[in-house]
Design a protein around this ligand. Structure first.
Ligand SMILES: [Zn+2]
Length: 297
């Protein structure tokens, strides 16, 4: 079988001579195959290059992000330290308030309020401020704020209880005037014999407003023998006040009254020589000296 040939004729413009290139079909096929292979390799390399270029762009982006994150972390560390300092200040203020509340309770004595405890966990400041581990630092701050929240809630309960006690404890004069008769032993104003005076007498003009010395409920408002027109206010916690010799009532039984609210008017009803208020304070129905519940002056 005759071999098939391909002849390529090259005609250079600058020269009259022709150049002939005679190739067998086999060689031509091999050349075509090599050419195709080269094309594939070139395309493959092209793709790789494009992929690399994308990766390089990603890398640069990541580097920029990383730098940004580093700055953010630093800012976060600074913010954490500042927050720690703020919490220190708040804890210190909180401690001062707690001390005030406790000192007030001690001074008053009568108020039975459980003390609010201090910090249960020891947090060394250096550890908090210099915390190398940001997460630990934040965890500690979170624990401290949670603990403060608990203690503030306790303190709120104490404050509310104290506010209630303050509202329901007689702290004002039911009428302004001179004390004409003190609590305890005295000479009977009618016959001069010794007797025990269970309250104080406060002189005031006939018709002067008598005010509730604390929040409470009217449990008695009617005429009663020597008391004349009498109002009894129940302030809770076993505490009651009596207001005698009134000319008129401004409230009725069952009514709730606020501290300083007008409950009646000064008179001279009952066993009385002149217009005045007979004022009693009773603890568990035992008369005590009202002077202890009247502000000075
Ligand atoms: Zn009296």
């Amino acid at each position: 079988m005759a071999k098939s040939f391909y002849t390529f004729i090259v005609v250079p413009h600058a020269s009259p001579r022709l150049r002939k290139l005679k190739l067998t079909a086999r060689v031509l096929h091999v050349l075509a195959a090599v050419g195709l292979l080269c094309l594939f390799v070139a395309v493959g390399l092209g793709f790789s290059y494009i992929k690399m270029a994308f990766k390089a762009a990603d890398y640069e982006k990541l580097q920029a992000e990383n730098a940004d994150l580093k700055i953010q972390k630093k800012n976060l560390e600074v913010a954490t330290v500042k927050l720690g300092e703020k919490i220190n200040n708040i804890e210190s203020l909180f401690q001062q308030i707690q001390n005030l509340v406790e000192a007030d309770s001690l001074k008053r004595g009568k108020v039975n309020i459980p003390g609010v405890g201090g910090s249960k966990i020891d947090y060394p400041t250096a550890e908090l401020l210099g915390s190398a581990n940001l997460k630990n630092g934040i965890d500690l701050l979170r624990d401290r704020t949670a603990e403060m929240e608990n203690q503030l809630m306790l303190l709120q309960q104490v404050a509310e209880k104290k506010a209630t006690i303050r509202r329901t404890t007689p702290t004002i004069w039911p009428v302004k005037g001179n004390l004409t008769s003190h609590y305890g032993n005295r000479a009977d104003p009618f016959n001069g014999e010794g007797e025990i005076h269970l309250g104080v007498d406060i002189a005031a003009l006939f018709g002067t407003q008598v005010r509730a010395p604390a929040d409470g409920k009217i449990i008695y408002a009617q005429r009663k023998a020597a008391y004349g027109n009498l109002i009894i206010v129940d302030h809770g916690n076993g505490l009651t006040t009596r207001h005698g010799h009134l000319s008129r009532f401004a409230v009725s039984v069952g009514q709730r009254v606020r501290k300083n609210e007008v409950i009646g008017y000064v008179g001279t009803s009952g066993r009385s020589t002149a217009p005045h208020l007979h004022y009693e304070v009773r603890v568990n129905d035992r008369a005590v000296n009202p002077r202890d519940y009247l502000p000075r002056g």
